[in-house]
Design a protein around this ligand. Structure first.
Ligand code: SF4
Ligand code: SF4
Length: 399
């Protein structure tokens, strides 16, 4: 026999099958206060991003307490949350719903990861040394291939610093551009699984509004509009914006450098540029400004988390790892450029550049498995929510 509630039919004797491992996983990923929740719904009332028909995070707290993994991993509301923590600061039980939703998101992209073991490796501190060892060895191989047995120039205290001699551009392009085409194909597998899971768990499918949802999501991300709806954690918006545009600018710089210094050279075009690019070359200028954005944005977010300012959520391993790596990419990038252009001490320059390349490898090759992935999953979930009307703003009190 079935009871009818709204449009959905609910079996009278519904048997819940909690996934105990999942509950443990949520608790160990930052949601350890989950069980304190007594379902008062204060959090859903105070959340400015909660939607009309699908208010959150009260429901997600309940599903997580029950270990309803499948429903949660297919829930777009997890990704409508921007961890502003207005709910956490008002929760009468200190159940920290903002942290619980962050833990659920981290579990989500780990579960969808392809190959799955990589999702586990990036969230396990025990794998960190191996994850760094791989790029360290690959780059050493490139160094030996580029330099042959003539390694003396690397250890000089003065003289020209020529990074392209140690790490030839052609091989680096293959490593970072060719390799990333492969790794983003892997990311696409995970994202496709996520998309299909979203569609199969909900009655509404993305309709003809997909393209407008995509454009609207792009605009929302470009201006970080949702962040400005937050109260407790509002100032994070600037750090996040700097980090976002710093990373995007660095990727564009790499693409432009490849285009003008390699492709145009091969085509014999008059637009070709000879490396190294130096200021005031506009590509180098974009690179320097982007590196500064990553450095300053990363610093703002790290220092907010370190000082545990009001409304800053609990920071777990994957948060710290991502922030430290991206901040260090900006820092070592700026040092590498400064040493080559203004303070040529080859031994220091080559060492810093080597560390910089290891970090860039870490950031890009592991992007589908680190916190970087939240950008892709959030974008997809927002597109789904907009194209199905899931995220309609709330006008009445949540149920
Ligand atoms: S405010 Fe706290 S106790 Fe109340 S439903 Fe939300 S998480 Fe649970
Ligand atoms: S952290 Fe912010 S956006 Fe997320 S559920 Fe809480 S109040 Fe809403």
């Amino acid at each position: 026999m079935y009871l009818t509630k709204g449009r959905a039919q609910v079996p009278e004797n519904l048997l819940l099958k909690p996934d105990i491992d999942f509950i443990r996983q949520v608790k160990s990923s930052g949601g350890e206060t989950l069980k304190k929740c007594y379902q008062c719904a204060t959090c859903s009332v105070v959340c400015n991003l909660s939607s009309k028909d699908h208010p959150f995070p009260r429901k997600q707290m309940m599903l997580a307490q029950w270990g309803m993994k499948d429903q949660l991993l297919a829930d777009p509301s997890l990704w409508l949350c921007h961890q502003c923590n207005d709910c956490t600061t008002r929760c009468p039980r200190d159940a920290r719903p903002g942290d619980a939703l962050a833990a659920l998101r981290a579990i989500s992209f780990k579960e969808y990861a392809f190959p799955k073991f990589m999702g586990g490796a990036l969230s396990n501190p025990g794998s960190l040394a191996l994850l760094f060892l791989v790029p360290a060895l690959v780059l050493l191989g490139i160094l030996f291939k580029g330099s042959g047995s003539d390694l003396g120039y690397l250890f000089q205290m003065s003289g020209e610093v020529d990074y392209a001699r140690a790490f030839p551009h052609g091989i680096l392009e293959m490593l970072f551009i060719g390799g990333n085409i492969l790794i983003f194909a892997f990311a696409a597998v995970g994202l496709l699984r996520f998309w299909n899971h979203l569609k199969s768990n909900h009655s509404k499918s993305p309709g003809s509004g997909f393209i407008s949802a995509l454009i609207s999501t792009g605009m929302e991300i470009a201006f970080h509009k949702k962040f400005s709806s937050c109260e407790a954690n509002k100032s994070r918006q600037w750090g996040h914006l700097l980090l976002f545009y710093g990373t995007a600018g660095s990727a564009i710089t790499a693409g432009l450098a490849l285009f003008f210094t390699i492709i145009m050279v091969k085509l014999g075009s008059p637009l070709a540029m000879a490396p190294p690019l130096d200021l005031p070359n506009p590509i180098k200028l974009l690179g320097v400004v982007s590196g500064l954005g990553m450095f300053i944005g990363g610093w703002i977010l790290i220092s907010r988390r370190r000082r545990q300012l009001d409304g800053v959520g609990k920071s777990n391993y994957i948060d710290w790892l991502f922030l430290i790596v991206i901040f260090s990419v900006g820092l070592t990038g700026m040092f590498s450029y400064t040493i080559r252009a203004f303070l040529p001490v080859p031994v220091i320059g080559y060492l810093i550049y080597y560390v910089h390349l290891i970090l860039v490898f870490f950031l890009l090759w592991y992007a589908p498995y680190s916190k970087f992935a939240h950008m892709f999953y959030r974008t997809l979930a927002l597109v789904y929510a907009k194209s199905t009307g899931w995220d309609k703003p709330r006008k009445t009190s949540p149920n």
